[in-house]
Design a binder for this molecule. Structure first.
Ligand code: 13P
Length: 253
């Protein structure tokens, strides 16, 4: 059975105090409202990692993630943070290949393949992002474009490693724009990605891979998105910065 996951991507938001308040609220609501059968992953900016970890403690169902990791193992790479360091601080997940990293920091499929390997080598679960631009969607080549991102960055993995990867489909035109993909558009792409994974790694592995949707997901549209067969949760930006909204999304299955 594949896992249901709601991952909050805080992006470059939240001061120390704001992050502490948000995390405490999320942890308390998650416990008080007995949220079940879903993993909530908080992905704050790096400096929050340790203090957020302390607030999460051993709360069942809440996990800690980072937003990036280095493609390198260790050494003289000023400003970088390795998967090994993250793992040593109790990080369990890492978002890789987000379209903002691809666009603003020029991360390509080859570099992302190295990052995925680093993450897996140190026991982190990659949340591997893929997604097409509006231009590509208009041209009608979105499916092949997104499949190619998976092929290039993930298809060299062993089946054992691939089985640990979580996929997030985030159409770029839906990120931070308030314009969500329809539930049918999400389902269509998720099913195509699952078939693509099955073509390389077999049906069973594909059926056990969690595929999350991201892009203007909120408490108002989450239920419909998650009602689709191949949508196993969400990667949430803006709405993950509000405890009430984030918790409501975790309860939308
Ligand atoms: P929004 O939910 O703000 O559109 O962001 C989505 C996203 O990029 C999550 O990684």
């Amino acid at each position: 059975m594949r896992k249901k996951i709601i991952a909050g991507n805080w992006k470059m938001n939240m001061t120390f105090d704001e992050g502490q308040k948000l995390t405490s609220e999320i942890v308390n609501m998650f416990k008080d409202e007995a949220v079940k059968d879903v993993i909530a992953v908080l992905n704050p900016p790096f400096p929050h990692i340790f203090p957020v970890k302390k607030l999460i403690g051993d709360t069942p169902g809440i996990a800690l993630g980072a937003q990036n990791c280095s493609a390198m193992e260790s050494g003289a790479f000023t400003g970088e943070v390795s998967a090994k360091i993250l793992a040593s601080f109790g990080v369990q997940y890492v978002i890789l290949g987000h379209s903002e990293r691809r666009e603003y920091f020029k991360e390509d499929n080859e570099l992302l393949a190295l990052k995925v390997k680093q993450a897996l080598a140190h026991g982190l679960t990659p949340i591997f992002c893929c997604g097409e631009s509006l231009e590509i969607r208009m041209a009608g080549t979105h499916e092949s474009n997104v499949k190619f991102q998976l092929t290039e960055s993930l298809f060299d993995l062993s089946p054992e490693d691939m089985a640990k990867v979580v996929i997030a489909y985030e159409p770029i035109w839906a990120i931070g724009t308030g314009k969500t993909a329809t539930a049918d558009q999400a389902q269509e792409m998720h099913a195509a990605l699952r078939r693509h994974i099955a073509s390389k790694f077999g049906k069973e592995l594909a059926n056990n891979t969690s595929i999350l949707y991201g892009g203007s997901a909120n408490p108002g549209n989450a239920k419909e998105l998650f009602s689709k067969e191949d949508v196993d949760g969400g990667l949430i930006g803006g709405a993950s910065l509000k405890s009430r909204d984030f918790i409501d999304i975790t309860k939308s299955f």
